[in-house]
Unconditional design. Structure first.
Lengths: 590, 231
């Protein structure tokens, strides 16, 4: 039976949560540059992440040019190709996706969605961004040092990563890469502490954990995971830096290089792989969980329907977060391991598909009989569901040892992880930007440009990655800088060229998106405070864009969850979270 | 990776226990209206919760080093690290500074400001002595032919003590700021909280140090071997 409390008193005391001291900037620099306001930090994070992401995009173009049209571009030497691969992977996974989901959306949305004035440690939050920027600059610097950036592959496996045969291995490239990662982790830890403690301690009155929007749940859980997983990368980077600079042999076995015996001996590359993937696999979910959360909210808002199975969605997020720490070795099937270990990790990998599938079903069931508005955020959200299901299914192939072994190191793997953790989260980022841009700027993004951006990106991404599965299945290896017609059949070479052209087109569409972001700042249609008629708190701020301190004099009080759409008997088709609302008997059978 | 997995299990148990008290089985779609519960983890100040989360991160970091040590131990070139006796003096000093900071916490609770200031100063000085002692231990190791790249046990010792020392240095900065606040006396509540947080941090780093020492001296290997047998 329904459990509905009486309409609360009219005179509600201000929130019980003590207001945190807010630093008030007095100078232009303090307000816009060294800002301690999470909203500005969010924009700084996102801007930096998108800027470095563009570098990653251009690198992928260069790679595709080489793969699609081998032998034509002289400047893409094998060394340069490896450098492109490495930097593309590292930039996209860490400096773009992780930074924009947690540093960007986390900073913007957490305080607004939980009804806080700001993050709990604003100064540390500011430091987090500046250390992130430093990490990005160090990374970029590696393009300009003699020998160029590292070409070790984004997994940086030793021993090759620090040997002279690998680009940047004996130069400064690998050192700058490792230093940049260490800086990133330090910076992220500072931000991550903020996100977690803000969710724990700064929720406004009435905002129980189970009333939080799923976006906050996703970002919160991902941050907890990142705080526990990134130290593994930190440890690996520190130890490799010692191996490279100070001659220790943590990871380096005895080696003969160009006829010369190196001073290393006894170390184990496998130890590095364990450490790397202990970070690397949770990283997939560090990117995916915020996407899961955001997409749940987008679907609910734009289908005017409450999210199906909210409780199960929360539990699934937490369970996925926990399970993702015991699947790492499925990335190491071909490194050689005890068959029982392989069996264990294959089993945990397949088990993690269960809560993930629950989420996919719940999204589809939220859409079922919804009042679906095919707005841009909704288009991206639906595109995400399809893409994620596709990428997830090929994950089932690769999660099994016997199937993985022949497919490992082919383009099939590249297609799989690009679908599931490249394209899918990026689609959510676009959807989220189209959704929240009106709150951030007060203006809508241009619809026509958005439609072109969506369709080119969506269809284009499939034009790139669907054929790539096939290319992998016929045995084309990944990481080969030159695959010409003497090595593969003509149809496969044709497919490779087709993929490359599609990649160029999709990349070009992103330029249109960036133009839209800038153009709509001035010329966009005025959005008003709540253009999507959404329930969650960030749309209920007294000012749009929200000003410093977010909430004016009093913090909001929360009376309901974030998904009261199309409630029968309500005057509008949504009831805001801070709306005590008319008393409505929700006499629904459980 | 067993050490870090055990560590994560502990973190997961704590998180699970906390989550189990957060009404995760409630039905928010039915429960409309005001809920008069205070948000957050009890009434603890944000800084304390922040420290707790940070300690989980630091704990994970050193647990991962622990795992790396145990994995590396299995290779043929591992041999036992020899440590100078100054390490034991250092350990005693760190225990002492941890205890002194605990005295500071109780002095702060009782409002004995003279004892509080004295014990914070003593805690800071003894911790500095610990760091100097660690440097002496490095010196001894180099002199005894166990330089950084000499053998993996020594390499781990330098890296782990170095990072542990950096964490202690960070703690000393916080302690110095708290000391300054105590001397100025204009924000006694915040200063008291600072002392408490420093004490927690010191106890934690003491435990980390003892764990790492046990691991590097091979004492933990027997335990690890036992765990392996059980697994």
């Amino acid at each position: 039976m329904a459990n509905v409390s009486d309409r609360p008193d009219a005179g509600i005391p201000p929130a019980e949560v003590p207001d945190l001291p807010l630093p008030h900037p007095h100078t232009w620099w303090g307000r816009y540059v060294f800002s301690q306001d999470a909203k500005y930090i969010a924009i700084q994070y996102s801007g930096t992440a998108i800027a470095i992401g563009l570098v990653g995009l251009v690198l992928s173009w260069l790679m595709r040019l080489q793969l699609g049209f081998p032998g034509i571009f002289d400047f893409i030497t094998p060394e340069a190709y490896y450098q492109f691969i490495t930097m593309h992977g590292m930039i996209m996974v860490i400096y773009l996706l992780t930074a924009i989901f947690l540093g960007g959306f986390g900073n913007y949305l957490i305080p607004l969605m939980v009804g806080a004035r700001d993050m709990v440690f604003p100064f540390v939050n500011m430091l987090s961004y500046w250390i992130y920027l430093l990490a990005v600059l160090v990374l970029v610097a590696s393009f300009f040092v003699p020998g160029g950036p590292t070409g070790a592959g984004w997994t940086l496996y030793p021993p090759q990563a620090i040997l002279s045969g690998t680009p940047g291995g004996q130069g400064a490239g690998i050192i700058l890469m490792l230093v940049s990662l260490i800086l990133f982790i330090i910076g992220f830890t500072m931000g991550g502490l903020n996100y977690v403690v803000t969710v724990l301690q700064a929720r406004t009155r009435g905002m129980t954990l189970m009333r939080m929007p799923l976006t906050v749940w996703g970002i919160f859980t991902a941050t907890v995971m990142a705080l526990l997983a990134f130290p593994a990368l930190f440890v690996a980077c520190v130890m490799m830096l010692f191996d490279r600079l100070l001659g220790t042999s943590f990871f380096m076995p005895a080696l003969v290089e160009l006829g010369e015996t190196l001073s290393y001996g006894g170390g184990s590359p496998i130890v590095f792989q364990h450490l790397f993937w202990f970070f690397g696999h949770p990283e997939v979910y560090i990117v995916a969980l915020p996407a899961f959360g955001i997409v749940s909210d987008l679907i609910s808002v734009h289908a005017r329907k409450n999210i199906f199975g909210y409780r199960m969605m929360v539990w699934a997020i937490v369970i996925i977060g926990a399970l993702s720490f015991i699947v790492w070795a499925h990335h190491m099937y071909v490194s050689g391991m005890h068959p029982y270990f392989g069996f264990f990790f294959a089993t945990t990998t397949l088990i993690i598909a269960v809560p993930t599938a629950i989420k996919v079903y719940n999204w589809v069931l939220t859409l079922w009989k919804g009042d679906i508005h095919l707005t841009l955020p909704m288009l991206f959200a639906i595109a995400f569901i399809v893409t994620f299901a596709n990428g997830g299914l090929t994950g089932l192939f690769l999660g099994n040892v016997v199937v993985d072994v022949p497919l490992s190191d082919t383009m099939f793997v590249v297609a799989h992880f690009h679908m599931v953790m490249g394209v899918a989260p990026i689609l959510v980022i676009f959807g989220a930007i189209y959704h929240w841009y009106p709150k951030m700027t007060g203006r809508m993004l241009n619809e026509a440009m958005g439609q072109i951006h969506f369709w080119v990106t969506f269809i284009g991404a499939y034009a790139i990655f669907f054929p790539m599965h096939y290319v992998g299945l016929v045995g084309v290896p990944r990481r080969y800088p030159e695959i010409d017609a003497s090595f593969i059949t003509t149809p496969v070479a044709g497919l490779n060229a087709f993929i490359s052209v599609a990649a160029l087109v999709v990349g070009a569409a992103q330029v249109l998106f960036l133009f839209n972001l800038l153009w709509s700042l001035r010329a966009g249609r005025a959005a008003g405070p709540n253009p999507w008629r959404a329930c969650s708190l960030e749309w209920q701020t007294p000012d749009t864009p929200p000003v410093h301190g977010n909430w004016g004099k009093d913090l909001p009080v929360v009376y309901r969850w974030a998904y009261d759409y199309s409630v029968p008997g309500a005057p509008e088709d949504f009831i805001a979270q801070n709306d005590p609302g008319p008393r409505i008997e929700k006499d629904v059978p459980l | 990776m067993s050490i870090v997995l055990v560590f994560l299990l502990v973190v997961a148990l704590i998180a699970g226990w906390w989550l189990s008290r957060q009404g995760l089985t409630s039905k928010p779609w039915l429960e409309t209206g005001e809920i008069r519960t205070t948000a957050g983890v009890g009434a603890a100040p944000a800084a304390k919760i922040g420290l707790g989360v940070f300690l989980a991160v630091v704990g994970g970091l050193f647990a991962l080093f622990g795992s790396a040590v145990t994995m590396r131990m299995d290779y043929a070139d591992w041999y036992q690290l020899r440590l100078p006796s100054v390490v034991w003096i250092n350990t005693a000093i760190l225990v002492l500074s941890s205890a002194v900071l605990q005295i500071a916490v109780s002095a702060a609770r009782r409002g004995e400001s003279a004892l509080l200031l004295a014990s914070v100063a003593a805690g800071g000085l003894s911790t500095l002595a610990f760091l100097v002692g660690q440097l002496l231990a490095w010196r001894w190791l180099v002199d005894s032919g166990q330089s950084l790249a000499a053998h993996p046990g020594a390499s781990f010792f330098y890296v782990i003590t170095g990072l542990h020392g950096l964490h202690i240095l960070g703690g000393l900065v916080a302690l110095a700021r708290t000391g300054g606040r105590l001397r100025r006396g204009n924000d006694p509540r915040r200063a008291r909280l600072g002392v408490e947080l420093c004490a927690i941090y010191w106890h934690f780093l003491l435990i980390v140090w003892l764990g790492m020492l046990a691991l590097l001296l091979g004492w933990a290997s027997d335990l690890v071997a036992l765990c392996r047998e059980l697994l």
